[in-house]
Write a protein that binds this ligand. Structure first.
Ligand SMILES: [Zn+2]
Length: 645
């Protein structure tokens, strides 16, 4: 693709001619340049940079102005000045003064008038409205209802690009009322008409009020136009990874290198990282495309490209991930790197042919994401104390269990970080290396060249380690090497796929490990889940229905439950989900002489669990219930954990 597209239309701009230039052009057009017929030339853009909106807002909502004026081409500048003079808003000297600044600085007359406090922005808008023959609207007016039906007819991207927001639907929903900073922008109006299929009634509104309304009403949908600076560095980084020899399909490469496509992909990846998403899904359907971010474990839809651009978007992702863009019938796996300032974010990319195209999922491996502090993982004080004690053990196996996406790796990393000291040699073998830990030797599994967990582990053990972390024990060979390492004086951390802590024993036995080996090596098994936390900004207490009370009692095996329950109402801070962030809940089993006996005697899991509880350990269910009592999560979220059981 053209890494540094030069844009002749932009040469008059102060922006640097880098790859980002073309991308920010829409911003420039909206805010800084004048195009023919743009009322910015006579001041519509005057609000930019001036936070002071009218202290005396004109009448409620949208309203017609008393008189309309023709706006013959070429006569606008004079007419605005004349209008203001006639209305005694300014006098001749003030107009001369403003015109002089306008000529010297090239600033638009309207902006000069606002910047020099000669005219308030809302006042100016009224005259511009007359000047242009449109009505004005005050979006800040509390009595003006901004209808979200109307807002969402226009994509946020378009709204920002053209600096407009739809606020009302009338005439059987056939007429869309749109507030524009530049009501003379015929391209914008035509675009909105064809996108929505509605007729459009245009109002003039303050640029700042429109931008605020966009921020507010599109909530946290991502905004392409705010990413100018970052886009440049992203581009530079992604370009390096490109391989010119991929050029089998020139049309596809051309399409994928098209600036809006590149911009869209970059902006989407960046936004996903910004929102701390763990995955991005690009999903083609028959007529449209869905793009979803997984945030705090739940998928959330974000702005999608039009269906016709989907192939180009997929090709672009393939190019930056080193995949074959000509191969659309087979699944592929790749990787790419995104650089955001000092941060480097790795992404694993996988494509899958589906009925209506190719679905792409990108897993974000943000190496700087978490502080990974053992104290901030959500362990209750008693468990935390026990974990710190267990971590002092010089050798043995410590296992984290739980389904995929339950945060096991993060907890393992925080354990490693907790015990790290320059006197010990820590080596990890992982697939993939998700975070880079300072002072730790991390080995990436590469099964395709024979570097499996087991093979890597054998080599690692010849490297004189004190502590070994194995990403996952999924086969007998790996498990046996790990246990042998533990029995020969190493501290071994790993994960295993089971639901409960005590099930680790069964799983290890099923994988062919002798029970006496299990009891000698295993120090502690911890089962972990992540639950969503109630949004702190819209948290409210409520009285649950009887049905819910019963469900609660049943799920938590409490005879009668009378507790204060909380939930999130939904607000812009939490994207109306009512949740923000996640919290880990745990149960664990630490080996005791009594448990050793029971395991050797092949006692069933429920007896092992009871023994753990006699030792004062909580089950997952009980930990979850504690989070409910603390008002940190909802009943729905807590109960959903146990559907799997
Ligand atoms: Zn909220």
């Amino acid at each position: 693709m053209a890494g540094t597209p030069q844009n002749p239309a932009n040469t008059g701009q102060s922006r640097k001619p880098t790859s980002g230039v073309r991308y920010v052009r829409s911003v420039a057009v909206a805010g800084q340049t004048s195009t023919p017929g743009d009322p910015a030339a006579n001041g519509a853009a005057s609000g930019a940079g001036n936070p002071a909106l009218s202290k005396r807002p004109p009448a409620v909502g949208a309203r017609p102005l008393p008189s309309r004026a023709q706006s013959p081409a070429g006569g606008k500048r004079k007419r605005l000045g004349e209008l203001l003079l006639e209305a005694n808003v300014i006098d001749q000297d003030q107009l001369e003064h403003a015109l002089k600044i306008h000529r010297q600085t090239g600033k638009q007359l309207g902006r000069v008038l606002v910047d020099t406090n000669l005219v308030e922005e809302n006042e100016l808008i009224k005259y511009l409205a007359v000047n242009l023959g449109v009505e004005s609207v005050n979006l800040n007016d509390e009595n003006l209802k901004i209808e979200s039906d109307a807002v969402l007819l226009i994509q946020e991207r378009q709204a920002r690009r053209f600096n407009l927001i739809a606020f009302r639907l009338e005439d059987d929903k056939e007429t869309l009322h749109v507030a524009m900073a530049n009501p003379a922008d015929v391209i914008a109006i035509d675009t909105i008409k064809s996108l929505t299929g509605k007729s459009v009634k245009v109002y003039i509104g303050s640029r700042i009020a429109i931008a605020d309304a966009i921020d507010k009403h599109y909530a946290q949908q991502y905004s392409l136009d705010q990413m100018g600076e970052d886009l440049k560095s992203v581009d530079a980084e992604l370009v390096e990874d490109m391989d010119d020899d991929l050029g089998l399909d020139n049309d596809a490469i051309d399409a994928a290198s098209n600036a809006p496509v590149v911009k869209y992909v970059n902006a989407t990846l960046m936004e996903a990282v910004k929102q701390r998403a763990s995955d991005i899904h690009f999903e083609p359907f028959e007529r449209e495309v869905a793009v979803r971010f997984r945030i705090d474990g739940a998928l959330r839809e974000v702005t999608a490209p039009p269906k016709r651009l989907m192939n180009a978007v997929v090709s672009r992702i393939k190019i930056i991930s080193g995949l074959d863009i000509a191969e659309r019938r087979l699944p592929q796996d790749g990787r790419c790197k995104l650089k955001l300032g000092d941060r480097v974010v790795d992404m694993r990319v996988s494509t899958l042919p589906v009925v209506h195209g190719e679905k792409v999922v990108m897993r974000i491996l943000d190496k700087s994401a978490t502080s990974m502090d053992i104290d901030s993982l959500g362990f209750d004080p008693m468990t935390l104390k026990e974990m710190k004690r267990v971590l002092q053990t010089p050798h043995g196996v410590i296992v984290l269990t739980g389904p995929t996406g339950s945060g096991k790796t993060t907890t393992l990393y925080s354990f490693l970080k907790h015990i790290y000291s320059p006197e010990i040699n820590i080596v990890t073998v992982e697939d993939p290396v998700e975070y880079q830990l300072p002072g730790v030797n991390q080995v990436q599994v590469r099964a395709n060249i024979g570097m499996t967990f087991a093979a890597a582990l054998r080599s690692i053990l010849r490297q004189d380690p004190d502590v070994v972390m194995i990403g996952e024990m999924r086969d007998q060979e790996t498990l046996e090497i790990a246990v042998r390492a533990a029995l020969t004086g190493h501290l071994v951390f790993s994960t295993i796929h089971t639901n409960t802590a005590v099930a680790t024993v069964t799983r290890m036995a099923d994988m062919g490990l002798a029970r006496y080996m299990i009891t000698s090596a295993l120090i502690c098994a911890i089962s972990q889940r992540l639950i969503r936390m109630i949004c702190p900004k819209c948290k409210e207490q409520y009285t649950p229905s009887e049905a819910l009370q019963n469900q609660l009692a049943q799920s938590f095996r409490q005879p009668s439950v009378e507790i204060d329950l909380w939930r999130g109402k939904g607000c812009t801070f939490c994207n109306n989900s009512g949740y923000k962030g996640r919290l880990a809940v745990h149960e664990y089993m630490t080996m005791t002489p009594k448990l050793r006996e029971m395991i050797i005697a092949q006692r069933p899991e429920n007896e092992l669990e009871e023994e753990c509880q006699r030792n004062g350990q909580r089950t997952l269910r009980q930990s979850c219930f504690m989070k409910l009592l603390d008002g940190l999560t909802t009943v729905e979220e807590a109960v959903s954990l146990f559907y799997e059981d």
